[in-house]
Design a protein around this ligand. Structure first.
Ligand code: GLN
Length: 485
């Protein structure tokens, strides 16, 4: 059952080949069997899952079911879940039971999806390897010595090992696309404003966006259908209609124009990864698309700009964790200042502290203009690069990451090299655009991801391109042997 697509699962449920209770038990059994090796889940919601599955079976029996009714899902532990621990990968929220559901969680409940657990993640979504989690690293299902990517590494590993058919993630600078690439699955970062951020714990509010993980573009389309839409509880939610993302999956690519940004194929790109991406480009030519070299001249500035803006926003967002209202509180504080200081210094991990310090510095009087304002100006130039590119092409294609997964521990003492693993994904968040990572082959047994970047709200185009590729390739169907049967 864990190898079936969402369409097949929905049909199986409808035609009573299996019930949601059976399907949910099947995935829960896999989670219990494999999670000790992968550490993909922080919380397993077994009792609630079985109850929700029985409710779904009832809906299925009364024909009130939608495409996701009765289908198991895992949520990144950044989404607030009513009555369920929501840790954001941090000690400071280890004791936090959310008192309400994030909009995304509510939407998926309404769609009838069955929550099986909350997935491990880098602390407050800061990281590219899942090693900054208070709950320890997640292991890549393809080789347990390697990272699954981050920050949504638990969700990506869970789907790659088929511990859940669907999972949610969030992407601030690459945290859906990079782990999707490193674990060989499909992950989509929607346009900023497409998916509600209400109840999604904030890291960098002008960049954060939730999105789907699944084994194929078609399955991502189903999940995106349920996650998208206007939410008046999120002031940056955009009120435009949500198309049915599954409706345009099979459109022809004949005459469609693909842009290859020359800055994404230069120094620093692993030659084997480049070769896999060239194969994908040839597949698109066979599908009738035309290929054109383009330029995104400010690409080199995206990582430095991100590491001013994201820490600035995080230092402000994380000021709420003060040991007073909720979350971790230090033992026996002497006075209020001691309470703040020790709660925060004992509750946050090193990467989070590094970001708060950078953010506080770039926002301080005297440095604000030189760093923060300057970064915002460059952000505009980066947006303009994409606006110009989309005058010439329908979609932009690149590698998702410069190299396949790296070993656990390999980059922990070198934050700059860690930050560079997002070099092809970060600009897309700065510009608010949608992007998808699609499995495009292997290098030494580790998956390689291809990134497709679309214009604002062009998720349907991205999914159409990704699905077309997946009709002529099998990379997305390949499962690590250990998890196949
Ligand atoms: N790796 C990037 C960071 O650490 C992006 C993280 C993300 O997208 N949440 O900030």
């Amino acid at each position: 059952m864990h190898n079936l697509s969402i369409n097949d699962l929905a049909r199986g449920l409808r035609e009573k080949h299996f019930s949601s209770a059976e399907l949910t038990e099947h995935f829960l059994k896999r989670i219990k069997q494999f999670n000790p090796k992968l550490n993909a889940f922080i919380t397993i919601t077994e009792t609630a899952a079985i109850k929700a599955a029985k409710e779904a079976d009832h809906k299925l029996a009364t024909k009130e079911a939608g495409p996701l009714t009765g289908i198991p899902i895992a949520h990144k532990d950044i989404f607030c879940t009513d009555g369920i621990k929501t840790s954001c990968g941090s000690k400071i929220l280890d004791n936090f039971i959310a008192p309400y559901d994030a909009t995304v969680v509510q939407q998926l409940k309404q769609a009838g999806a069955v929550l099986v657990g909350k997935t491990n993640m880098d602390e407050f979504a800061m990281g590219s390897s899942n090693e900054t989690s208070y709950y320890g690293p997640v292991h890549n299902p393809w080789d347990h010595d390697y990272v699954p990517g981050g920050s949504s590494g638990g969700s990506a590993a869970a789907v790659a090992a088929r511990l859940a058919p669907l999972a949610t993630g969030t992407d601030t600078g690459g945290s859906i696309r990079q782990p999707a690439a490193l674990t060989g699955i499909t992950g989509l970062k929607p346009t900023y404003g497409r998916v509600s951020r209400y109840g999604m714990i904030a890291f960098a509010s002008s960049l954060d966006q939730g999105g789907p993980f699944a084994s194929s573009a078609e399955d991502c389309a189903h999940l995106l259908n349920a996650m998208s839409g206007f939410d008046d509880k999120d002031s940056t939610s955009v009120n435009i209609a949500v198309p049915d993302y599954t409706a345009s999956l099979n459109q022809s690519l004949k005459g469609k124009r693909i842009g290859l940004p020359k800055e994404y194929f230069g120094d620093g790109l692993n030659a084997e990864v480049a070769a896999r991406i060239q194969d994908a480009i040839r597949a698109y030519e066979k599908l009738g698309a035309t290929i054109k070299e383009i330029s995104l001249p400010n690409t080199g500035l995206s990582v430095p700009v991100y590491y001013v803006i994201a820490p600035a926003e995080c230092s402000s967002n994380l000021a709420r964790y003060d040991g007073v209202r909720y979350g971790y509180r230090c033992d026996k504080p002497k006075d209020l200042e001691d309470l703040y200081k020790r709660s925060r210094s004992e509750g946050f991990g090193n990467e989070v502290k590094r970001r708060i310090m950078i953010g506080t510095y770039v926002l301080s009087a005297g440095y604000y203009d030189a760093f923060y304002i300057k970064a915002q100006k460059i952000r505009r130039l980066i947006c303009n690069d994409f606006i110009n590119a989309f005058k010439e092409v329908d979609i932009i294609l690149s590698p998702s990451t410069p190299a396949p997964a790296f070993k656990i521990g390999e980059k922990t003492s070198d934050p700059i090299s860690m930050y560079l693993s997002d070099i092809y994904t970060i600009a897309i968040n700065l510009a608010g655009l949608p992007g998808i990572s699609v499995p495009a082959g292997f290098v030494n047994g580790l998956p390689v991801g291809m990134q497709l970047i679309g214009n604002l709200f062009a998720e349907a185009t991205l999914l159409n391109f990704a699905h077309a590729y997946q009709t002529v390739t099998d990379w997305h169907r390949t499962i690590p042997q250990e998890f196949a049967s």
